[in-house]
Design a protein around this ligand. Structure first.
Ligand SMILES: *Cc1c(COP(=O)(O)O)cnc(C)c1O
Length: 360
């Protein structure tokens, strides 16, 4: 195997999926598996399926295609409003798409009719994080519009939080989602099958023992893949937070001053990193950089401090020798970039190691 490479313990992903499916099932909530951060690799999709996931979410056509190939018979959801330029493919690849824009709905409707298909729609409402979503005051008008569109079927309502401003799910915004669902059903005399109450960041709110109301689905990427709560970065109890490990090889190790010398301007990334004189330090360089991963979201397993990075070099304060391997755990943005980078080989395996006990 060529360094750098990423090891993926599929047993741990299956364990996380299974634990979350079971835990949410107790409250009547479906766990939708979001596979985009793992590029919907067949092994990872399979691990989620074995853990009991039956509905998958993706955001790009390439991801939808990968899901179609590896999860036959499963429900596939496009989690981002379709591009008008892609609606013909969206109605073929996804069973359902998330929507917010009436022009997109019109184009989707025409594409669904042309393909002789019925395409499911979830309308997303804005609850304060100011990313996608219909303003609550405009929701009923959009519902009315969607209901009239041939080829489309209104499956549900959803919301997204915590992605732009980190606005966290709570009784107020989740209560508003609930009220909007009931208002919609009353106003139009319909019943909504899916109420999608957010992402991994909704877990901590749901786990406080609240009544989820009409929420019957949440979309889980980070919680299944990394076993962590995005709101805090902390491991979720009973889950594995080490399914992914990134390995890089050391190419230089030297004693060097900790303070750079010469005239300071910007580095290659437009930054001027803070410096501090700590005398001589032992610096190891790993052949790994921002083109392969997000070094800011890596943690060296041995606890050594990462002191800097450029496109292809990562500096560690550690006493290795050239040829040594260094292992890192990944935060979400490191996972995202590592999986997306063709410069990192991915190695998936199943292990029989004991898994954490389910949380009580
Ligand atoms: C990526 C994505 C998710 C998954 O978020 P996690 O924090 O990884 O659980 C959920 N919803 C939407 C709309 C997404 O794009």
């Amino acid at each position: 195997m060529d360094a750098p490479w990423l090891e993926v313990n599929l047993s741990k992903i299956r364990h996380n999926a299974h634990s979350l499916v079971k835990m949410l099932g107790l409250s009547g909530i479906e766990a939708m598996g979001v596979t985009k951060a793992a590029m919907s690799l067949p092994g990872i999709v399979r691990a989620m399926q074995l853990g009991g996931i039956t509905c998958f979410g993706e955001v790009r056509l390439s991801g939808l295609r990968a899901l179609r190939q590896s999860s036959s018979g499963r429900r596939i959801v496009l989690l981002r409003s379709p591009m008008i330029s892609q609606v013909d493919r969206v109605v073929r690849l996804a069973d359902i798409s998330f929507n917010t824009d009436l022009n997109v709905l019109r184009a989707l409707s025409a594409a669904a009719v042309a393909a002789k298909r019925c395409h499911g729609i979830v309308l997303m409402v804005e609850l304060g994080d100011l990313r996608e979503g219909i303003m609550p005051a405009d929701l009923q008008e959009s519902v009315q519009y969607a209901l009239q569109m041939p080829g489309l079927s209104l499956v549900g309502i959803g919301a997204n939080l915590a992605c732009r401003y980190g606005i966290s799910p709570d009784a107020v915004n989740m209560g508003e989602l609930n009220d909007l669902v009931e208002e919609t059903e009353r106003t139009h005399g319909i019943s909504l099958e899916m109420v999608s109450g957010g992402s991994s960041s909704s877990l901590s709110w749901l786990c406080t023992g609240v009544d989820p109301g009409r929420i019957n689905s949440i979309r889980l990427g980070e919680a299944i893949l990394l076993g962590r709560d995005p709101l805090t970065g902390e491991a979720l109890s009973g889950l594995c937070d080490d399914a992914f490990t990134l390995f890089g090889e050391v190419i230089e190790c030297k004693m060097k001053p900790s303070l750079p010398w010469g005239v300071v301007k910007r580095n290659g990334f437009g930054e001027t990193p803070a410096t501090k004189d700590r005398g001589l330090v032992t610096q190891s360089i790993v052949a790994l950089g921002r083109q392969d991963t997000d070094p800011a979201a890596l943690t060296a397993l041995g606890g050594e401090q990462i002191t800097g990075s450029s496109s292809d070099h990562l500096m560690l304060e550690a006493d290795y020798k050239a040829g040594d391997l260094v292992a890192f755990t990944l935060g979400y943005s490191a996972l995202l970039r590592t999986m997306t980078s063709p410069t990192v080989e991915v190695h998936e395996f199943w292990s029989d190691a004991p898994m954490p006990l389910p949380s009580s």
